[in-house]
Design a protein around this ligand. Structure first.
Ligand code: GLA
Length: 353
């Protein structure tokens, strides 16, 4: 196991950004930035042993600051959307910045994805990793409470990348944390992800309106394009004109996972037939946002000069449900003083012959 630290660059405010390169004995490397907790690269072998980068991103800090679409970052304090940025805690109304089409998205104007985190590396047995810490101050992006947040990335020898989240607050607040990596298991984003096969262990999903805000119902996936309980090619039903696919511009939906509360279980897999690469996703979270990269339109040029076209990356964002603070029937996202928010997600890479 190896770990190397280097300087990735300097932000516009002249803050130094570090890059941590984690390596294992099985040919996998992961590069992490202390800016936004961004996963910049994940290099894994294909079925012939060829190691390639399978995530979208940039090769310099300025592009992450100026033209990233949440590539690889930690989204927080509240990942995904809150209707009009409004919610109540014990009768008090809070108003967050409306940074996306009248709603709050991914923590606001300067969310966790644009902050510098304190970083510490560790190396233990057959694991190597980096622990990140960020203090989100009371009132930052108009959220209540000083919230301390820890995110730990750990790589092991079985090609598992584990992400552990922990948070504490001194005033009642809301929290929803995820990682927003865009995967393309074939070529890191040169072509579309429509030929990837996907499986999600979810009998239900949370339908949305045309602004991607959940109606509040939990609907069955039976006989809909949202049934991924067996492997299905992502492109198979994406253009069928289902009203939910119209509202999402493709898949951009929260799936309600069939799992035990809090247990870390295998809940999704993606397979890319040409490379043979397989990604398994395990989580303790109750939901996952499957986003088929519908807002990408070729105007963002990323690593190695690749322009990320429509649907050239997919995200599997483990999470609590979008707009949960406004829906009592969704698992609670309230964090009280004295409590600990804890969650874990594992991205495990392999190949099929
Ligand atoms: C999430 C959302 C999408 C989009 C992306 C970022 O996946 O669900 O609607 O906002 O983030 O572009």
């Amino acid at each position: 196991m190896t770990i190397e630290e280097s300087t990735f660059g300097y932000t516009k405010e002249n803050q130094r950004v570090s890059l941590f390169k984690l390596g294992n004995g099985a040919g996998m490397t992961v590069e992490i930035l202390n800016y936004g907790g961004i996963i910049k690269n994940i290099c894994v072998p294909d079925r012939y042993g060829k190691v390639e980068d399978v995530v979208l991103g940039h090769d310099n800090i300025t592009d992450y600051e100026e033209k990233s679409d949440y590539f690889g970052c930690i989204a927080g304090r509240f990942a995904n959307r809150i209707n009009q940025g409004r919610f109540r805690i014990n009768g008090t109304q809070f108003q967050l910045p409306q940074n996306s089409n009248g709603n709050s998205l991914h923590g606001g104007i300067k969310g966790f994805d644009k902050q510098i985190w304190k970083a510490q590396t560790f190396h233990s047995g057959d694991e190597v990793g980096v622990s990140l810490f960020y203090l989100s101050e009371d009132g930052e992006e108009d959220y209540p409470g000083n919230m301390k947040c820890w995110v730990t990335y750990t790589l092991d020898n079985s090609n598992q990348l584990k992400i552990e989240y922990r948070a504490e607050t001194d005033k009642t607040t809301i929290v929803n944390l995820t990682n927003h990596t865009y995967f393309n298991l074939k070529d890191g984003g040169e072509t579309t992800i429509l030929n990837h096969d996907l499986k999600i262990k979810a009998s239900c999903f949370t339908p949305v309106d045309a602004k991607l805000i959940p109606h509040g119902t939990i609907d069955s996936v039976n006989d809909t394009p949202f049934d991924f309980r067996e492997f299905k090619t992502i492109g198979e039903h994406i253009e069928t004109g289902h009203v939910q696919l119209k509202n999402g511009g493709g898949y951009d939906h929260n799936f309600v996972l069939d799992k035990e509360d809090g247990a870390c279980e295998l809940i999704a897999s993606v397979y890319e037939p040409i490379s043979g690469r397989l990604l398994d996703v395990l989580t303790t979270e109750p939901g996952i946002q499957f986003y088929s990269g519908n807002f990408l339109k070729g105007d963002i040029v990323g690593k190695n000069g690749v322009a990320y076209k429509f649907r050239s990356g997919l995200c599997l964002e483990t999470q609590h449900f979008p707009d949960a603070p406004n829906h009592d029937n969704f698992p609670s996202t309230i964090l009280n003083p004295g409590e600990q928010f804890e969650s874990a997600t594992i991205y495990k890479f392999g190949v099929e012959p």
